[in-house]
Ligand binder design. Sequence first.
Ligand code: XMP
Ligand code: MG
Length: 183
Amino acid sequence: MHPDVESILFDEQTILNKVLELGNQLTEDYRGKNPLFICILKGATLFMADLVKRVNVPMEMDFMAISSYGASSQSSGVVRILKDLERSIEGRHVVIVEDIVDTGLTLKYLRDALMHRHAASVKIVSLFDKPSGRKVDIAPDYYGFTVPNAFIVGYGLDYAEQYRNLPFVGVLKSDIYATSKTD
Ligand code: XMP
Ligand code: MG
């Protein structure tokens, strides 16, 4: 437990079991396709690391950083590429690895941007889905857990860059972000 966390939603073992299931599914679906897994920094790093160990097909990894929230817990709707891919994705089967889909603004932008680069296919795997936050009509192709309309942290997910190292995922106490106005 952590003093800033109100309740634990998913403990470490529960998360790892789900990641194993997702890995098995992706292994079946991407056999013979040499997919490119794109980790969206920084929230998806822990998920990516655990997931790729469970994907038993030849594959490659790359990383992208985009701005969405700054230090605030509210989506600004502004999406900007801070770090781009190293190589062309033309003709590649791309799997975007995300931590959470909330408003959907980030993923819609990313999926469209990668399709425009002539990928053979673009699919989204997100560990968490928060459907109550949705502002655009998009859904992850694969997801681990549905989460309630609360701000969650841990296992890569942050608030103001903190809590990413927690091995579990929990709801952040609201008084932690109620007082800070950062962007
Ligand atoms: P959108 O709203 O574009 O947001 O779907 C996706 C990104 O927003 C962040 N996000 C969260 N981060 N706890 C977090 O730590 C949350 O509850 C949460 N909801 C959205 C996250 O970085 C995600 O990639
Ligand atoms: Mg974040």
